[in-house]
Design a protein around this ligand. Sequence first.
Ligand code: SAM
Length: 278
Amino acid sequence: MVINDLKKELSSQLGGRDTELLISGLLKLTVTEYALGGKKNVSENDCNKILGAAKRIKNGEPLQYAVGTTEFMSLPFFVSPAVLIPRPDTETLVEKAISEIGDRSLSVLDIGTGSGCVAVSISVYCKNAEVTAVDISEAALETAGRNAAANRTEIKLIKCDILNGIPSGSYDVIVSNPPYIETEAIKNLDRNVRDFEPHTALDGGADGLDFYRRIAAAAPHMLKREGFIALETGYDQARTVAKLLEESFTDIEITKDLCGVERVVSGRLKNSEIISGV
Ligand SMILES: C[S@@+](CC[C@H](N)C(=O)[O-])C[C@H]1O[C@@H](n2cnc3c(N)ncnc32)[C@H](O)[C@@H]1O
């Protein structure tokens, strides 16, 4: 079979865009190689891989899991059903952190790192930052480590249940895209999210705010003087999360994503809130 045969067979089932992402993703082709390489032979093994992945996509599995990779902040990331697929919305969080950190030698903590997309991107784009990433899931930490290596950078990985403990050390910056879906709302999510993405990455408790309450209360124990925090929120949660931060943080800002949705809440630790040695 040549690439054109596969294109023809799959585009009627998956559409042109997904067919391109699937074939070029699994055969590791550039956009030009995909566009001009229609007569290139595909080995039987690769053909079977592509057709198998196409079947999984038709059954509702997200394309990124079927291909095994995705792009975030213009960097490549491995993904598997053990981790949330990085979303474009989350680039707003990373950009907020990058503009705070710049080229300073700051210590950064990413809570709930998943694929490591936030931690690895900060580490790549802020060369002097020392990034630590925590997650409750060992599989997620493994993926984050793999993604750091693939992007030729280093991050420190710690297994930690943030609802019941905090990592040791103190940090200049905390970033997090925590689970924020209301438990009851999970069953109403799109099937490809609900049935394929890990529920530990989605479930934010009864009102979706469990992690924000916990992080707002625990952050003063983890941050250095005038430490900075930036949290991604669900589309309607930013103002509530800003209120949760008000007790211990000042200079609270809400940043919109590219779709104009209030997406990131940030702030700076009030001087009176430094609590050490917990
Ligand atoms: C919404 S996902 C975010 C993943 C990644 N940072 C991103 O933006 O794509 C939340 C992450 O929090 C992790 N998590 C869930 N409960 C946790 C807990 N109690 N302590 C630490 N991490 C937790 C999940 O395993 C998941 O990787």
